[in-house]
Design a protein around this ligand. Structure first.
Ligand SMILES: [Zn+2]
Length: 338
């Protein structure tokens, strides 16, 4: 990733859409009530009543759903361990030993956590690219795809005169870490959807990261070869920055984005999930969005160590991973139909 291009035009469109949303008479049912400190143990949560209003002339009908308690069990320290384990493989750009090793590692972790694993290979330049898909709840309902790229950038070209590779703690390992911790902790029985955890290859070597490489190659291949019509796609990229700032992103689905950011606010994370448009990214959500799939990029592009030799594990934090992970945990377990 890529090329941010914030334009007045997109900001204008966004404002129009935001204005439309606020005038929507339907209540936004945010089910979850609970402040959660980042270092608290797993927290029991009860959903509030869900209220629906019939847009008819008959008396308004109010439906109160049964309370469905969930436990928030996504663990920031465990996610951070998944990040550290990836860093032990060294640089993970296509063609490097660490790249092959981290792919095998992801496959092993998913299998150990009882997710069904598919390795989707594709020829690219002089390598064989490999997307990895973990599946659960097959056939239970529409497909939700959660994605992250696992490759890292071969050249730290934001470090002056550097020919070194990017270590990729935040830009690479942090998104993968959140997906693996979700694989470990999601309560699948609460989710009436089929879940895909998509680990994209060949995302991060465009613009001469590697000679002739483009951006978002693996995700483009996956999106072009879908045989199902996903209900939604959520990307997590560069979310592990200890100084976390997650703004709305301009190529994301506005309604779904607002829904996820509202859940984060309910969890007490509104200072980190900032409800303002800032960047518009070419990122792994784009091939899905271009096919009409509601897609959202959760990304912190205000990361000073982006594509530098200093993108190391000390720049990430368990708390940042936890905020993103628990937001997705709540969305998946209680909030998709919100
Ligand atoms: Zn990158």
């Amino acid at each position: 990733m890529r090329r941010p291009f914030t334009t007045y035009f997109l900001a204008f469109i966004f404002l129009i859409l935001a204005a439309c949303q606020t005038s929507d008479p339907r209540p936004t049912a945010t089910n979850v009530v609970l402040p959660t400190a980042t270092d608290m143990p797993p927290t029991a949560v009860s959903t509030a009543a869900i209220v629906t209003e019939e847009p008819t002339t008959t008396p308004t009908e109010t439906v109160e759903a049964a309370e469905t308690p969930i436990s928030l069990v996504f663990d920031g320290d465990s996610a951070y361990d998944f990040l550290l384990e990836q860093m032990e493989f060294g640089p993970r750009f296509p063609g490097s030993p660490g790249h092959e090793e981290v792919g095998d590692y992801i496959v092993e972790q998913l299998a150990a956590l009882s997710w069904e694993v598919e390795e989707q290979t594709f020829p690219y330049q002089d390598i064989t690219g490999r997307n990895i898909i973990g599946r659960a709840n097959e056939g239970v309902g529409p497909v939700i795809i959660l994605g992250a790229h696992y490759d890292t950038r071969a050249i730290a070209d934001q470090t002056p005169d550097s020919a070194e590779p990017v270590p990729g703690a935040v830009d690479g390992a942090s998104g993968v870490a959140v997906l693996l911790e979700l694989a470990r902790t999601l309560d699948l029985e609460l989710i009436n959807r089929e879940i895909w955890l998509a680990f994209f290859d060949v995302e991060d070597n465009g613009n001469n990261g590697l000679p002739g490489y483009d951006w978002i190659v693996g995700s483009t291949y996956m999106a072009e070869n879908l045989t199902i019509d996903p209900e939604a796609m959520i990307l997590v990229d560069m979310i592990g920055d200890a100084d976390q700032q997650l703004y709305y992103e301009g190529n994301s689905d506005q309604e779904l984005q607002a829904r996820i950011w509202a859940i984060a606010a309910e969890l007490g994370y509104e200072a980190y999930f900032i409800q303002e448009l800032k960047y518009t990214m070419i990122d792994d959500h784009l091939p899905f969005a271009e096919r009409g799939i509601p897609a959202v990029d959760i990304i912190d592009f205000d990361y000073p160590y982006w594509h530098t030799v200093d993108d190391t594990a000390d720049k990430a934090s368990p708390e940042s991973l936890l905020r993103v992970g628990r937001t997705l945990e709540v969305w998946l377990e209680t909030g998709i139909d919100g």
